[in-house]
Design a binder for this molecule. Structure first.
Ligand SMILES: NC(=O)c1ccc[n+]([C@@H]2O[C@H](COP(=O)([O-])OP(=O)(O)OC[C@H]3O[C@@H](n4cnc5c(N)ncnc54)[C@H](O)[C@@H]3O)[C@@H](O)[C@H]2O)c1
Length: 282
């Protein structure tokens, strides 16, 4: 990239992790969010994450200070005007993302790549919101971003070969392993993962086994590092349900019907770890 400045929109769970990995790879980062308090939380999360790396001996104190110094916050998308790449990681809501992409396209040059970290919104739809849609691409990082190896790259129908080549090379530069997929609901990651989680919920719902036993079968029998129900609690049951609903709607196939137990747990506010209760109690 000619400019080494990258914009990240959203300072939440994913945005601050993405900002951190770019800064660790030597890029200057402008992280944008709607409020100073959101930025402060994001910057604090980055400092905590880097402190853990210093404690582990992965980074020196000086390196951590240098990495933090490369990241600045902003509450104005206009401040991203000079970025060669912007990665959007704002709240998973199509209306919010449409507003962001339209505004971004009006402040950055047509050569700036606009990537989205969306888990479920069609990249082809996102690309259609902006001028020069060939510069739009999905860059789906996994949580926690500094730890997880994969970047699922999603090509919109409009994505150019040049945009794809640049994002592929950049993902390698971040130390990640990119895998490119076409744009389809759930991409590959959630298309495969969510029905497995949903099926585990059905097995529990049908009383075939306890949550612990279902997870043990998948951990010890299939070598998964974490069972599907514990993973669902980690992701958030509301997120799992909304992705199942998207798969169901997009493919119009009953095999993606959300398990009634998942629907009930979400209705009860049992969203997993973040609410203290989901398939398990925390
Ligand atoms: N959490 C995960 O495990 C995960 C994994 C992969 C992808 N994603 C995707 O990453 C994106 C972000 O998810 P998250 O978990 O970090 O959410 P989050 O709720 O932790 O953070 C979202 C941030 O976006 C900010 N935001 C909202 N509207 C904005 C706007 N107009 N301009 C700038 N910032 C705005 C919010 O203030 C918040 O700080 C979503 O698209 C989600 O689907 C999440």
């Amino acid at each position: 990239m000619t400019s080494r400045t990258v914009g990240v929109v959203g300072a939440g769970t994913m945005g601050n992790g993405i900002a951190q990995v770019f800064a660790q790879a030597g890029f200057d980062v402008i992280m944008a969010d709607v409020s100073q308090s959101a930025l402060d939380r994001g910057l604090a999360a980055i400092s905590n994450s880097l402190s853990r790396l210093v404690k582990k001996g992965t980074l020196t104190d000086n390196e951590a200070v240098l990495i933090v110094s490369r990241i600045r916050g902003s509450t104005r998308l206009a401040d991203l005007a000079a970025c060669e790449l912007v990665v959007e990681a704002a709240t998973e809501n199509a209306q919010i993302k449409e507003k962001i992409f339209r505004e971004l396209a009006s402040v950055v040059p047509a050569s700036t790549i606009l990537a989205s970290n969306t888990s479920s919104i069609s990249l082809t739809t996102i690309a259609a919101w902006v001028t020069s849609p060939e510069r739009v691409i999905g860059m789906h990082f996994m949580n926690p971003v500094p730890v997880m190896q994969l970047v699922e790259i999603i090509r919109a129908l409009q994505t150019s070969d040049d945009t794809h080549a640049r994002i592929h090379a950049l993902s390698l530069e971040l130390g990640k392993t990119p895998v490119t997929v076409k744009d389809g609901a759930g991409f590959v990651s959630n298309r495969v993962l969510m029905p497995m989680i949903n099926e585990a919920a059905f097995v529990l719902y049908e009383n075939l086994a306890t949550a612990e036993d279902i997870d043990t079968v998948m951990k010890l029998g299939m070598n998964h590092p974490i069972g599907p129900l514990a993973l669902a609690d980690l992701i958030g049951l509301d997120t799992c349900l909304s992705i199942m609903d998207i798969l169901h709607r997009e493919f119009r196939d009953s095999k993606y019907r959300a398990c009634p137990l998942l629907v009930q747990l979400v209705a009860a506010g049992h969203l997993g770890r973040k609410s203290g209760k989901g398939f398990y109690r925390y």
